[in-house]
Structures are given as C-alpha cells and as structure tokens.
Design a protein around this ligand. Sequence first.
Ligand code: PEP
Ligand code: MG
Length: 844
Amino acid sequence: MATPQQLQLLAPLSGVLMPLDQVPDQVFSSRVIGDGLCIDPTSNTLCAPLAGVISNVQASGHAVSITGENGVQVLMHIGLDTVNLAGKGFTRLVEEGERVDVGQSLIEFDADVVALNARSLLTLMLVVSGEPFTWLVPETGVVDSGQPLLSMHGAGQTSDEGLPEEGEALFSKPVTLANPNGLHARPAAVFAQAAKRFSASIHLHKQQESVNAKSLVAIMTLQTAHGDVVQVSAAGPDAAAAISTLTELLLTGCGEAGAASAPVEVSQAEASSLKVLRGVCASAGSAFGRVVQIAEPCLEVNELGTTALAERDHLARGLAEARQALQQLRDNAMGNAQADIFKAHQELLEDPGLLEVAHVLIDEGKSAAFAWRAATESAATLFKGLGNALLAERAADLADVGQRVLRLILGVEDRAMELPDGAILIAEQLTPSQTAGLDTRKVLGFATVGGGATSHVAILARAAGLPAICGLPVQILTLINGTQVLLDADKGELQLDPDLAAIEQLQANRQLQKQRQQYELANAGLAACTRDGHHFEITANIASLAEAEQAIALGGDGVGLLRSEFLYLDRNHAPSHDEQASTYSAIARALGSARNLVVRTLDVGGDKPLAYVPMERETNPFLGMRGIRLCLERPQLLRDQFKAILSSAGLARLHIMLPMVAQLSELRLARQLLEEEALALGLTELPKLGIMIEVPAAALMADLFAPEVDFFSIGTNDLTQYTLAMDRDHPRLASQADSFHPSVLRLIATTVKAAHAHGKWVGVCGALASENLAVPLLLGLGVDELSVSVPLIPAIKAAVREVDLLDCQAIAQQVLGLESAEQVREALRLHHEATVDTSLVLEN
Ligand code: PEP
Ligand code: MG
C-alpha cells in the first residue's frame, strides 16, 4: 500500500509507453514542463491518475491538470499540437475546481478525428510540480488504463493550500513583473525549473492567491500580467537561497527581458519610407546626432595549426592577455555594473567546457584561433537557440570574449574607434568591449537591433548617462553613416532626418527642463503661497525615516501620508510593539513638533496581502477585506498599531488616518478602539483622527463623516479605481483610469464642500496631487494640503507659487462641467499657458 508520502500515479489511458526523450516535440522531450511519461493511446477516455482537484482544464479539452491533496500536480496533454483543433474531437467531462477520484473519466476524445487533424495522438502525463518519482513498470511496453505506473516519494512535502505554515516560511520582497504578458508559458517554465532545483517548499503569491512555484501549470493559473506584484515564499533548508535566486530571476524577467523589447517588425520597404523607427527605451534621455555604424570586423583564420603544443601555447597566451585587458577594463569601469560585466567575461575565459572543446580541436590538428572560435561560436549558438532571452544575452558576451581572444591570438591590433563628434552609434548589438572603449565625449547615444532594457548595452548606457534604444528594426543597419537622426529614448523612437523644428524643439525642451529643475530646487525652501497670498501645505507621502528626512531637506511642510504597510510587509511575522513604536517615534522626531505627521493605519489586503495574516481567497480582492475592514476584523492588530503610534504623541503634530472607510460605523468603531488604547496609556489628549476618502461612498456621504473627523485626505488612486470601476493596475485600462476624470473631480468637490462646512481641512494624497497640471485644479476645488511624492516637493511648491487662487477657482469650476479626462487635461493645459509666465521663473 502506498503511504501518503508514496503516492502512486496510475496510467490515464491504455496504450504503449514511449520514453519522453523520443517525443517529437521539444517542449515535452526537454522536460521543461515536467518529467513524466508518454503513452501512444489505444483507449479513448482519459482518466485521473490521482485523486485531487482539477486545477486547470483547457477550454479546448485537450489538456487537463489535477492537483493532489499533497500538492503534487500532474498535467495530461492529449496529442501534439492539439490546441489547434480548438476542441474538435474532445469532450470535457470535468470542470475546473471539481474534485475527482482516482480513475475518474476526465476527457473523452475521438481518436480518429484527432489522429486525422493533429500531428500525433501521443499523450503526455507530466509531474509539473517537480517531485521525483520512480517507475513501477518498465519504461517501455504496453500498459492498461488504471495500472500503477509511477511512485512518488517526495510527495506531501508541499501544500497547495495557500500559505505555508506560519513561522516556517521566508518571504521575498514584492516584485513587480516587467514581463509584457506576465509569467506566461516560457518565463513561467524558466521560473518553475529554477524553483525545482531547491528542496524547499516554494510558493508564488499574487494578491491572495498562492501556488506551488515548482509547477508551470500552477504559475500559469495565477494569470499574472505586466505590472502585477508577486512574492515568493519558501520553507525548508535552502529557503533563503531559493528566495534570493528566484527573486533575482523575477526581477530579470525570467529570461524574457530581451523578449520584453521585441522589436516592432518593419519590412525593408516600409523602413525606407518611415521617418520614425520604434524600439524600447534602454536608457532614458534624448539626443540629436549623426549615424555611425559599428560593425565587428571579420577576422581571417587558418584552420590548420602547427603542433598541438604550440597551438595550446598560443591559446594560453591569448587567454592570459585577454584576462589582463579585462582586468584593466574592470579597474577603469564606470561603476559596479560595468565592472561586473568584465568580471563575468574573465570567468568565461576559464570556462572548462569552452577550453575542453578548444583543446580537443587543437589536438585534432586545428589552429588555436580556429579552435577557440569554433568553441565560442558553438556555445553561443547553443545559448541563442534555447529561446531564452537571458541566455541569448550571454551568447553576446561569449561572442565578445571570443572576438577579444581571437584578436590577441592573431595579433590584430585593438585600435580605439575613431569617432566624429555627435555620434549616435548604430549596431546589431554593441558589445561590452566596444562600449567600454568609446570616447563618451563624442558619443551622444546608442541604437541597436539586439539587446533589451536589461542588456549590457543598456546597463552601460545608463552608467554613462547616455540615451539608448534597443530592439529597433534591422533596417537601422542600412542607414548611411552621417545620416542625421533624433534619438528620443523616452519615447523609444529613432527619427530619421528630423526636420529642424523637431531638433530645435527637443533641444529647447531639454534645456528648459534642466533650468526649471534647478530653479525649483533652489527655491524649495520658500513657502507654497499663491501669487495672491494664499498658503498651502505641501507635505510628503513617505514609507520610511529616510524619506521623511529627504522630504524635509526638499522643503516639505510635513508628512501627509505615512504608508505604515512598510513595517508589515516583506516579513513572516507582525512587527513587535517596540519596533513599531521606535519607527514612528524616529519619524516624528525627524519632523519635529511644528510639522504634521499623518500616519495611515495598516492598508493591506487587495493588492497588498500580508504573509502572516492568512486571508481567505477572494474573487475580487480590491472589493474585499482591504484596509480598515481587515483591521476591524482583527482588532488586536489595530489596537497594537494604535498603541505604537500613540507612543510618538508630542514629538510631531500627530494625526491618525484610517484607509478605505466606507461606513460611519467603521470610523466609530476605530475611534472607540483608539480612545481605549489612549486611555490605557494614560493620555489625556487624543491625536487628530481622520479618514481617507477613497471609496465613493465616503465622498458622497462626506457631510455625515465631516462632523466626526478632524480631517479628510483624498486617495485619488483608489477613488479613481472605484469611481470608474477600472482596476488601478490594469495594463489596458491604464490610460483611461485617469484621476482627471470629471466624475472623480466632482467627488473631490463634494468632499471639500462638506469638510469646510464643518471647519475641517482636506488634503489630497493620491498621485493626482503630484501632477503639476493638477495643482490649479485642486487648489481651485478648495483642497488645503497636497501630499506628494518626495522628489516632486520642489516642483509642486513652485507650481503653487505661480498661480492665483481666483484663477484656480474659475478653471476648477469650468472643468467640473466637462465630459472626459482628456478634455479636463486640455483645458488645464490651455489655462496654464494663458496664466503662467514661465519666463519669469527662468529669469529668477
Ligand atoms: C490612494 O488610494 O490614492 C492612496 C494614496 O492610497 P494607496 O495608493 O496607498 O492605496
Ligand atoms: Mg488607497
């Protein structure tokens, strides 16, 4: 009998077993999805090889996954390329989420239809969660449906039920996915493969959902998208190493960074007629200059060598000189990123695999140059062919090192490239060696076909402060040297033969921006008073003591939003009272008794799950247990936080703010808890208590909330999401979920009116407050305080000093009647041009 740790997997079909390596589909034979078996079926009902829950069943019915109680996940895939049949010939007998017994029928298929229309009927059964197994039958031969085939020893180590047990797991920092389509099949496979190398039980978390990180299928069921925030947790002996490796992998796009910059396909004919070629920004900025094409010279190499001894010696000398040259480049590098690249190149020189291939060829009579080139080229080709962008980039490094050593073996002089002034370098791929040797006084920017935002050329461009675009169409390689181009990396555009007006515009804008920033910084200490003498508080949104200090240095009047989540996230147990108290006190002390400190109580749930506060899975976490709702459900958490915040009373002008309030009862209950905690501490004076206005209900009932609060602060990020019913992180709705929408502005107006009627002040701490364009609008709507992102304090203060409150009130009333966010933005732009004299700023 199989013990719980020795789960057996039964044959899902009758048929003939075939070794996985022989499956004519690389995705399966490479085991990148998981190890398992292949059956050439003689029956036509796919049955469950284990009991569990259907974790995924393709709508087309050709594939199904089951997750067993112990976390083992098994994928069954009927036929090859059967996805193209779009369901033809398949009948699904189960639904996602359904619990199935071992042997239960899952999918029926018409073998004739499938065999006629698809490449093959070969059916795969793969353990995608990565547990090892042993065979219970010979690996080839005939099997019957339901016959035990595999025994899994490690099963039971992982749990698919959300979070690993409290206290056992380590959690990574949250990582925002840069992959354009989230963790889709290929990056998910890379991630799952990497996770399988660790014995720890590893989970990937997105909001309230968490899945076995060793399972490709499970990762895909998370349905991550670009910009999603995910976390990795691991429990087990190598948990720390797993967290660090996997976090790094997520940060670097799971091998997809280059793919993220997939070039826009443009045909030759189109390119010649196009004036603008598009790629992706690898290093911000813009420049106008002339094309200089950079091509790697093709070196002549004799195939045959002299004696093996002499050729080995040549190679050894070439390698030693290359090592030295790279050391020099490391020593002179512009920062660590560049030094690390050359360190990696030095390591390649010692790679035993490369050396072995080269030595074998030399021993067969080849020259050192030929042998070395063959060794590096074949390894680079292998890397490129794996379809993994990260490895493809390593191929570029190999080619670079290969060429360096080759030149040294052949005695070809490595002359510094002669460049004209104002060069925009164009290349298929600029190698680190090429970029390191450049005279950056003459280079204005890079434009390449290859590489991505994380490629070496991008790293080096950023280190040198040069704009760069990667992923441009290959047609850039046909541009004639000397052609004038405008490289606008911020937009990812290379403009060919730009007209004078565009060039002048670009240069003028850059100059103005620079002057403007200098002016704002120089005047950051001045009060934010409008031209007609009305003072506004410009405070900071912060999440650490360092940011509080920076805010003061940049002229901030206080802190309008301390996002206290930073104390709670990224850890596997709640912060202690002492830790919380000392953090709040340190921030309060830094601000001093004359400045406001608005501490927002814990706002987690929704997009910010807490590892150690297990929450039930929610279909709609943004509409679920978020913010104050979650805290009132766990009152001790809120009491502890109140107690810790109260310990900083007196050090700054302390305010406590409740997030996501929608009901008066929430405010009242929270106030009661606060009063009880204050009483227990013997405090006679309560800090100010306010609420965030970020749920339309609160804005619409602001007249009822106002008598019971000391202040409001409007969270336009959430208020916009809930008013427009558009997820604030939705990649496709990003441009529409605009806080300038008149509906949001009307709610702000309603809130201000109600607050002022009761003598209460109103701040805005959502991102709208950090937009220059919004300054006259918000002041005009009557907002009293703008709490902004720290680096923008000087800019927002300067913007306040440029307007008249009366003008602001007029424009604010006008835009409330408009139809769309675009119209509002346009009206504000025109208003700015008409009322603000920027030349005065630049003269000052
Ligand atoms: C907001 O919603 O505007 C806000 C400031 O809160 P957060 O962005 O932290 O949700
Ligand atoms: Mg919010």
